[in-house]
Write a protein that binds this ligand. Structure first.
Ligand code: CP3
Length: 343
């Protein structure tokens, strides 16, 4: 049996101590990340520099000994590889050339050409597969089609994903064609990450929560199911983590419906609710609020223990409910890990 605790949890094992990693564990809250990013010049140059991207992936492993490393890249690299220009505005976030008409969807590059842009990402994975400690699991990732489409349609992040919802209503054929192209390209992108050495992949549907009713089924659940079944056909036994963030009741049965081995839980639901309603379906990941990485103290210790206790009766990977924020204190991360491992 494998020694890697993350892989054991993903296989459904209940471990005495849950394995741990953290969304955005390589990020601006770490001074060593900020130094390497400055060396790269900017965020995208860092993503496309395999040596430096591997270096920042390894930094939180060295500092904290997390049980998994997540490839350092971004969900917006795939749409960029399909053609639209991408840039980041300091202090604001991503900007992207918009894709809102059928002509623009048809003008996107063929999925066979994405690797021209994305090959440095695969190179990063190869370096990591060589350099990670033997007990550390390497996680690759991509954005889920709906979340990626929201950025392609609006050209930026938005609170309510209004532009994507509007296109879905006004020109459904274009919207569906875009979702299909992203879905197909995501299979190839993740498959290349696996060939390069990723042991697990995670699909981030950060904006799944704004899809309701049939839309949730059509544009969160079905694309994830297509991606996961295609990947598992190519790579039998590949463990997959799905993250339909803020899905609420949509979390119930989601893992089985999409064929994921683990469902990541955000902190809009309590760990007790997720343990009762989601964990019976298999491994769950989550779900301490990232706010505790800023505020620390007794609240952090109490809430960390609460998450561990709530999920103790089933397979669990300890994580935050969303990414750690730049204002977090690394000492609080150390305290969280110590608390999980002694709980
Ligand atoms: O988790 C990790 O450590 C792995 C790397 C990773 C990043 N982004 C690095 C990053 C992962 C898995 C992502 C996923 C991602 N990117 C998502 C899905 C998860 C989520 O957070 O909901 C989304 C929506 C994006 C798109 C994106 N990238 C946005 C909206 C932003 C700007 C917001 C922000 O935090 O600045 C980014 C930038 C980004 N991606 C940073 C990092 C470390 C910060 C960039 C910097 O150094 O300035």
């Amino acid at each position: 049996m494998t020694e890697k605790t993350i892989l054991r949890a993903l296989a459904g094992k209940i471990l005495p101590t849950p394995p741990i990693w953290m969304m955005r564990q390589a990020g601006r809250y770490l001074p060593e990340y900020r130094a390497t990013r400055a060396q790269a010049g900017d965020f995208l140059s860092l993503c496309y520099n395999p040596d430096l991207a591997a270096e920042v992936t390894l930094q939180p492993i060295r500092r904290f000994g997390f049980d998994a490393a997540i490839l350092f890249a971004d969900i917006l690299l795939l749409p960029q590889a399909l053609g639209p220009k991408l840039w980041f505005v300091e202090g604001e976030g991503p900007r992207m050339e918009t894709t809102t008409t059928m002509d623009q969807v048809r003008a996107l590059k063929s999925k066979d050409l994405i690797h021209d842009t994305l090959s440095p990402v695969y190179e990063t994975v190869k370096i990591l597969a060589r350099e990670l400690p033997p007990q550390t699991t390497l996680i690759g990732f991509a954005g889920a089609p709906w979340t990626v489409a929201t950025y392609m349609i609006a050209g930026r992040g938005s609170k309510d994903q209004g532009a994507a919802h509007a296109l879905k209503t006004a020109d459904r054929a274009t919207f569906v064609a875009l979702i299909d192209i992203i879905t197909e390209a995501t299979v190839d992108y993740l498959s290349e990450q696996v060939k390069a050495g990723a042991e697990v992949v995670k699909l981030f549907d950060s904006w799944a929560g704004s899809l309701k009713g049939d839309d949730f089924v059509d544009f969160a659940l079905k694309p994830a199911a297509r991606i996961i079944s295609a990947l598992k056909a190519l790579h039998p036994g590949l463990p997959v983590i799905a993250f339909p963030r803020e899905a609420g009741d949509g979390y119930i049965g989601f893992g089985a419906a999409v064929g994921a081995d683990c469902v990541a839980i955000d902190n809009s639901v309590t760990p007790e609710w997720a343990a009762a309603h989601v964990q019976p379906g298999g491994c769950v990941q989550g779900n301490l609020s990232p706010v505790h990485m800023v505020s620390g103290g007794e609240d952090l210790v109490r809430e960390t223990r609460r998450v561990v206790t709530a999920f103790r009766k089933g397979p669990h990977i300890f994580n935050l409910g969303h990414g750690i924020t730049p204002d977090a204190n690394p000492d609080n991360v150390a305290l969280m890990i110590e608390t999980v491992r002694s709980a």
